[in-house]
Design a protein around this ligand. Sequence first.
Ligand SMILES: *[C@@H]1O[C@H](CO)[C@@H](O)[C@H](O)[C@H]1NC(C)=O
Ligand SMILES: *[C@@H]1O[C@H](CO)[C@@H](O)[C@H](O)[C@H]1NC(C)=O
Ligand SMILES: *[C@@H]1O[C@H](CO)[C@@H](O)[C@H](O)[C@H]1NC(C)=O
Ligand SMILES: *[C@@H]1O[C@H](CO)[C@@H](O)[C@H](O)[C@H]1NC(C)=O
Ligand SMILES: *[C@@H]1O[C@H](CO)[C@@H](O)[C@H](O)[C@H]1NC(C)=O
Length: 200
Amino acid sequence: MPSSDPPRGGCCSRFCSSLFSLGFLILIYWLIFQPHQIRVYMNSATLSNFSLSDPTSTSPSLSYNLSLNISLRNPNRKIGIYYDRLSATAFYNGSQLGQTESNFFESFFQHTKSTRMVYPVFEGSQGDLSKDVKDAFNNDKNDGAYNLDVKLNAKLRHKLWFIKLSFKPKIDCWLRFPLTANGSASMAAEPVPRKCRVKY
Ligand SMILES: *[C@@H]1O[C@H](CO)[C@@H](O)[C@H](O)[C@H]1NC(C)=O
Ligand SMILES: *[C@@H]1O[C@H](CO)[C@@H](O)[C@H](O)[C@H]1NC(C)=O
Ligand SMILES: *[C@@H]1O[C@H](CO)[C@@H](O)[C@H](O)[C@H]1NC(C)=O
Ligand SMILES: *[C@@H]1O[C@H](CO)[C@@H](O)[C@H](O)[C@H]1NC(C)=O
Ligand SMILES: *[C@@H]1O[C@H](CO)[C@@H](O)[C@H](O)[C@H]1NC(C)=O
């Protein structure tokens, strides 16, 4: 009895071979063009008004004013990069400063071998702190330096001719702000410039 269904084996092998050619194309892409990850540097970082209000209270709040100068470098010779989404969040002791993501940057296209600066600013005060955050603040104060972590969330497309591959790298910049001896109002991160960790 003739059947109109295509043989299962044939269907699978067609699927497998298209998967295989896709894999092969990606392999060729990586071998020929040797794409590099973006490089991210913290050029400068200033922290001011960093303090715990009413530390004896059960729910003190942490105020902060953090200004950053970050550069994003596309080191590739042949690959342009679309930044479809780029935002920054700051964390202290694992707690996000601010309830929502406050620093979104316009999407842009980055040409080969070029650098783009972004200047995130985090300003405000964070309530409902956990005991850990209070402990961390006091420990850092005793140690003589505050440690903050800035994360960039990026959605990128690497473009080569008609080929576009999407990536969502994780970008982490750890910052250390030594307290100044005279307790001056603002602190600069050390050392800068500093390379941020980028993980594709
Ligand atoms: C950001 O840092 C770069 C590199 O140090 C510097 O050239 C640039 O002028 C800085 N931008 C601002 C607005 O300070
Ligand atoms: C926050 O810091 C920036 C730069 O360090 C400064 O220009 C700004 O006035 C500060 N804002 C407040 C409310 O102190
Ligand atoms: C520091 O932050 C707190 C809370 O946001 C604000 O009330 C205070 O005015 C700020 N101080 C300065 C000097 O910006
Ligand atoms: C937060 O600070 C506490 C007290 O210093 C510490 O035990 C804890 O590991 C810190 N957590 C993070 C995520 O840094
Ligand atoms: C506090 O110290 C910093 C750096 O050590 C210095 O730049 C600043 O001028 C000092 N401020 C005062 C009021 O002495």
